[in-house]
Design a protein around this ligand. Structure first.
Ligand code: SAH
Length: 395
């Protein structure tokens, strides 16, 4: 063996980057370190959480993102054990509820954030995923193609209608529909076509309202559907106007759930069906007063990137609907039926088209994309529930 002819050696260290020989070099290094962590810590926290160190693994098995987080805690524990320190390391208590929009000023800030978020990101979403900005409904967790994801979004609408027993009968089918939190109007146009109904959509995003109206005109539906910027908590419609009240994945943005369902009820005609498909947190167990701190933590991170206030449970919605004397209240957990959705969104976001569109659309969209793995984690840990809640307004 030729001991002298070393082909590949460690990079020769001509300049000793790390050896801070003099004061000036040390200052430069310190400045660089500060700037590096100033710039990158937010991104790291968004994706990996609060520990900025390696995880400790007992084997080299393939592990999930959530396992990597536990591995980081294991690193702390292992170090303490190695040093024979006997202390209990507990989870950080969640004292501040960053996301609860308690007062008017906070609500205004939230509304502005939602409007800007959708103004910025809707074009990108439409480019990649089309006109429906909601989960798909899947019958199994088979690997599915992008085109199947689009059909799955239509299936979501159909499943919701079936669950709520909305009639196809020409006499009983809905004739006037409100789409609360309408995005770029995918549901409205679908429902208007399906039932020949008149449909009004509201959104906080001016860009969405404009695009929704343009798509309606392009699809020859301008006389049937219309969209405007308006607040779901203060709807620009008279009492009892609609015989189908539709809220597809907008409830999670509402800072006051009672006001939200009260408005849905107010604009519903006697006998109308109300359909709410929304993200909830898991129902609390008997005796539990709140979620566990680590669960709150996942939700809070999602809140700040997706512009959501505090979450509530499906049971909370049911209680609210009961308090308003609504009838035929039904709910279901469809979390299992939406499981393939986020992995698919992440896959498209990581495609060339996804990355370039993300970068073009801006920081709010990038932040949204960065918390997508947390949605998967939340579903896996059973803290996030994808719920449908339906009811009827008494005749
Ligand atoms: N339902 C649509 C879009 C879902 S995205 C679809 O399925 O394609 C959430 C939508 O809720 C966005 O359009 C957002 O502007 C809207 N939204 C959130 N808070 C709102 C509020 N207070 N009033 C009206 N719309 C709201």
């Amino acid at each position: 063996m030729a001991t002298t002819a070393v082909g590949v050696s460690a990079t020769p260290m001509t300049e000793k980057l790390t050896a801070a020989d003099d004061d000036q070099q040390q200052q430069k290094l310190k400045k660089g370190i500060a700037e590096f962590y100033d710039e990158s810590s937010g991104m790291w926290e968004n994706i990996w959480g609060e520990h900025m160190h390696h995880g400790y693994y007992n084997s080299d098995d393939v592990v999930e993102l959530s396992d990597h987080r536990s591995a980081q805690i294991r690193m702390i524990e292992q170090a303490l054990t190695f040093a024979s320190v006997s202390v209990g390391v507990s989870a950080t208590p969640m004292t501040e509820k960053l996301t609860a929009a308690d007062d008017d000023q906070q609500q205004q800030k939230l509304k502005k954030g939602i409007a800007e978020f959708y103004d910025e990101s809707s074009g990108m979403w439409e480019n990649i995923w089309g006109e429906h900005m909601h989960h798909g409904y899947y019958n199994s967790d088979d690997v599915v193609e992008l085109s199947d994801h689009r059909s799955a979004q239509i299936r979501m609408i159909e499943q919701a209608l079936t669950f709520a027993s909305v009639s196809d009968d020409p006499e009983k089918k809905p004739k006037t529909i409100v789409d609360v939190g309408c995005g770029i109007g995918g549901s409205s146009r679908y429902l208007a076509r399906k039932y020949g109904a008149e449909c009004h959509g509201i959104t906080l995003s001016p860009v969405q309202a404009e695009r929704a109206n343009a798509l309606a005109a392009a699809q020859g539906l301008a006389d049937k559907v219309s969209f405007q910027v308006a607040d779901a908590l203060n709807q620009p419609f008279p009492d009892g106007k609609f015989d189908l009240v539709w809220s597809m994945e907008s409830g999670e943005h509402m800072p006051d759930k009672l006001k939200f369902v009260s408005e849905l009820t107010r604009v519903a005609a006697p006998g109308a069906t109300i359909i709410i498909v929304t993200w909830c947190h898991r129902d609390l167990n008997p005796g539990e007063k709140s979620l566990r701190p680590e669960e709150e933590k996942i939700l809070n991170k999602i809140c700040s990137s997706f512009y959501l206030p505090a979450w509530c449970s499906t049971a909370d919605y049911v209680k609210l609907l009961e308090s308003l004397s609504l009838q035929d209240i039904k709910s279901a957990d469809w979390s299992g039926n939406v499981a393939p959705f986020w992995p698919a969104v992440i896959k498209t976001a990581l495609s060339w088209k996804g990355i370039t569109s993300l970068l073009r659309s801006g920081w709010k969209s990038i932040r949204g994309a960065m918390v997508m793995p947390l949605m998967i984690e939340g579903f896996k840990k059973d803290v996030i529930k994808f719920s449908i809640i339906t009811c009827k307004k008494p005749e």
